[in-house]
Design a protein around this ligand. Structure first.
Ligand code: FE2
Length: 246
């Protein structure tokens, strides 16, 4: 019995893609400004893989992290223009926009105060936490974001080992949307991240899913995610908000 069940867990043949999702809103496909694509050629290779999986629009979200990736509107928009020119040259038709993945530390609140956030359509702001420990002042900063009319989104909640389900429920109640990395469902980031991803789905806490694409291994994992029953549930039975960003 167990053997039969196990076989059913993962699909052998992929019968659908990400067409219904339309928008991938977390990726590192802009060339040369963070740990994602380094050249326009690498950007194009990643974008082609995403298009082949049914993605219609890509929102690039380079890291803004004070000690590592000192990106600004200028560096991000500059890289977007380089990428757009390359897409045009290659005759590739896809909508690419840029926002950012803001690192949530003490410099983030200053950025909020200074109005220096890179937002998506609808004033959505993507941010990430440290992978080691929870940043202080999360709720007050979230409240500030909301008071200023922003819609906060926490990137890959399943990847913070120090966070527990109850904390995600609280954040969600405070108006933070949660964005799952699709490839977490394959176990790409380990068993714990996969388990938390599934728990978040079971608790109706997932608002967006996306690739967090940095390189071709992520593209391969994104394709493999289509075999996972949890992804089928997300794509066909879940009120995901990705299409709001189309
Ligand atoms: Fe990311």
């Amino acid at each position: 019995m167990f053997g039969i069940f196990k076989k059913k867990e993962v699909r052998k043949h992929i019968t659908f893609d990400y067409s219904s999702l339309m928008v991938d809103m977390h990726s590192h496909v802009l060339p040369g400004i963070d740990d994602g694509a380094q050249t326009p050629e690498e950007s194009i290779a990643l974008i082609k893989k995403m298009m082949a999986l049914g993605i219609k629009k890509i929102i690039a979200t380079p890291h803004i992290m004070v000690d590592y990736y000192r990106n600004t509107a200028e560096t991000i928009n500059g890289a977007l223009e380089i990428l757009k020119a390359e897409l045009k040259k290659e005759n590739i038709n896809i909508i690419v926009e840029a926002a950012a993945e803001h690192y949530f530390d003490e410099t983030f609140e200053k950025r909020v105060d200074d109005g220096k956030l890179m937002v998506m359509k609808g004033n959505y702001v993507l941010f990430e936490f440290s992978f080691i420990n929870q940043p202080p002042n999360v709720i007050p900063v979230v409240q500030k974001l909301k008071d200023l009319g922003y819609k906060p989104i926490l990137a890959h909640p399943e990847r913070y080992p120090y966070m527990e389900l109850e904390q995600f429920k609280t954040l969600h109640d405070w108006g933070v949307s949660l964005q799952l990395n699709t490839i977490s469902l394959t176990g790409y980031y380990g068993k714990e991240a996969k388990k938390m991803a599934e728990t978040l789905i079971d608790n109706q806490l997932v608002d967006f899913i996306s690739s967090d694409m940095h390189h071709l291994r992520h593209a391969e994992a994104l394709k493999n995610s289509l075999r996972m029953p949890y992804l089928e549930k997300l794509l066909f039975e879940y009120p995901l908000k990705n299409t709001l960003l189309m």
